[in-house]
Design a protein around this ligand. Sequence first.
Ligand code: NAD
Ligand code: UFG
Length: 339
Amino acid sequence: MTLLITGGAGYIGSHTVLELLSTGHDVLVLDNLSNSSRESLARVAALTGRTPGFVQGDVRDRTLLDRLFTQHDISGVVHFAGLKAVGESVREPLRYYDNNVTGTLTLCQAMMAADVHRLVFSSSATVYGDPASTPISEACPTGQPTNPYGRSKLMVEQILQDLAAADPRWSIALLRYFNPAGAHASGRIGEDPRGTPNNLLPYISQVAVGRLAQVSVFGGDYPTPDGTGIRDYIHVVDLALGHLAALDYLQRHPGLQAWNLGTGTGYSVLDMIHAFEAACGHAIAYTIAPRRAGDIAACWADPGKAARDLGWRAQRGLAQMMADTWRWQSGNPDGYPGD
Ligand code: NAD
Ligand code: UFG
């Protein structure tokens, strides 16, 4: 039995493929490499001693999907493939809805035709919008995401809820990630954003390695202890392990469930900068800049439901997240070769 991993060459996907291979699963990756490189999976193969199947192609290509489901004995799908840059989604909404919404529709149609009904979907804490209170549990209502990227995730969640309600054969996990960060402890795979990073930790680490001059801290006047935004940063290896726990749960439980994958602890932007300084051993230049449009002040998870249902909890703390990021960034200052 094989698991189909869409977007498996990307940041979270490659770490999940590594954990799946390490625990004996057979894996087939489908990725169009629009935001990743083959090198991540070559390194996963070197680290695990096992080579994942790989097909370069698009999740919106129904003919290709039908062929993959016919040729391989696929028992479930982890669906990472999608576009994720918030600012880009504002400028190119149709591209985002097509990739993220049409991509998922096409995948589900192909799964139905192939009689495969186990699906783990990469959702996001962004579906909660600006939360009324923290920590955020799954019982909190989904809110109004402030951009097309966030709306595409909420739309897909709603589509999958309708699908599970209509057909009891489906077992679906909506995994609402908080802020993925860190890298594999080997330092061989990690986050390799194309162009200037949008997210905080890759930005800090590129300043630390000398690729960028200084971090702009977006807002120093939020109603938080140090005035900067608070998020729940979760180590990407913990996040990857959450997918294994969800896949296991779905084998025994039909229906649809949403789970927060976060740590339950929030850190401010300045906390993150100072923790990175401790990991890399030198100061990180930063300046307080105006707030970024669409940002919220604070957001962290109540991870209790995942602990109760899945037996999963994040194990890796902030210091390890920073040490692993620095090992990856300092060993690969320009990311994967050939990007
Ligand atoms: P990533 O860009 O590193 O990985 C996504 C992968 O999907 C890439 O390898 C890309 O080439 C591939 N892809 C994109 N569109 C495709 C298509 N149409 N067909 C085939 N492959 C396609 O991003 P990531 O950080 O690993 O995120 C994985 C998933 O998790 C995404 O769906 C993202 O929206 C979601 N997510 C990410 C974060 C985050 O902060 N990283 C937070 C919440 C949710
Ligand atoms: N920040 C800065 N400077 C930067 C980048 C970010 O100060 O250069 C701040 C932001 O203002 C925010 C925090 O760092 O307070 C985290 O920002 P990120 O851009 O890293 O992450 P977001 O919380 O905005 O969003 C991320 C993903 C979304 C996902 C969401 C889930 O980008 O895709 O987490 O919580 F939906």
